[in-house]
Ligand binder design. Structure first.
Ligand code: GLU
Length: 294
């Protein structure tokens, strides 16, 4: 059953200093939580040890508070659905991986990113994953029967390592949702997005899996995030279904561009909250200036 209480979340990754785009999306999340007398959760998405740094993690609290954000649950304030650091929630992701594996939704894949690019040859944007050509798809039957299940090797943490585990999308099926900001969104599995990784070969749970497990476990009723994640929402809806979890509502915010029309990224140091603060910017004026981006 859907939660009646509004629960929103801020889910930054400490892979760089947060910029104005993040802050305006978070501001929108805060406004929506307040309007609904709800709760706002801060969850730090620090799963990728190669990209996350503790200085960025520590900066998140300071930069977000400077911008005017406040949260009711989080690593620094506690709460009943913790821990709020993804690096401390591995057991939950592993349990979900086991369920997906037992139910035949995922398969091991030995293709490297380069293999996938070579096989697809399609142009791809930096942020979008190319459609997986299906090279390793046949390695496990689509649905594992009860008899076959009994013959599977025991599922252990070690079984996740060394290969990527991919979710088999239902080719040709439409996936739809009603975005609270953008309206009806629809994509076709296998055409607009392909089989995606839920557990990486270096034994790191992938973003798609972790975010679904956590949003469900933390009873998030609405996810507010940037429009660059709309395609991920389709993938995540398939995971909610496969894991038999209730999906939240989604509200995707417009992305802020720099003066050349490029979407802001953590590498745009001049628009980091840190740099803006050091340059004497006023959060209230920034919020008014960029009010359209929410
Ligand atoms: N941690 C992700 C990021 O910083 C956002 C995830 C989400 O909002 O679902 O890009």
């Amino acid at each position: 059953m859907r939660e009646t209480k509004y629960r929103g979340r801020l889910a930054p990754s400490p892979t760089g200093y947060l910029h104005l785009g993040h802050a305006m999306t978070f501001w929108c999340a805060q406004e929506r939580a307040r309007k609904n007398n709800g709760v706002l959760v801060l969850r730090i998405e620090d799963l990728d040890p190669d990209r996350c740094r503790s200085e960025f993690h520590q900066a998140i609290y300071e930069d977000l508070r400077w911008f005017g954000l406040e949260w009711n649950e989080g690593p620094d304030v506690g709460g009943e659905f913790g821990p709020y650091l993804q690096s401390e929630r591995r057991d939950r992701y592993l349990a979900a991986w086991k369920n997906l594996r037992t139910d035949g939704f995922i398969y091991p894949c030995t293709c490297s990113r380069r293999d996938v690019l070579n096989a697809t040859g399609a142009p791809h944007s930096e942020s979008e994953e190319p459609i997986y050509p299906g090279t390793c798809r046949s390695s496990v039957a689509a649905a594992v029967s009860a008899a076959e299940r009994a013959t599977l090797p025991p599922v252990t943490a070690a079984a996740t390592t060394g290969v990527n585990w991919r979710f088999r999308v239902p080719d040709g099926s439409p996936v739809e949702f009603l975005d609270q900001h953008l309206g009806r969104q629809c994509a076709v599995a296998g055409k607009d997005f392909g089989d995606f990784v839920v557990w990486r070969g270096d034994d790191v749970p992938a973003y798609q899996l972790a975010v679904v497990v956590d949003d469900a476990a933390m009873h998030i009723s609405e996810v507010v995030r940037g429009a660059d994640l709309v395609t991920s929402t389709f993938r995540q809806l398939l995971l909610y279904r496969a894991l038999d979890l209730t999906s939240p509502q989604f509200y995707h915010t417009p992305l802020i561009s720099d003066s050349l029309g490029n979407r802001l990224a953590k590498r745009h140091a001049s628009l980091s909250l840190r740099a803006l603060r050091e340059a004497g910017a006023n959060p209230r004026s920034l919020r008014a200036e960029y009010a359209a981006y929410r």
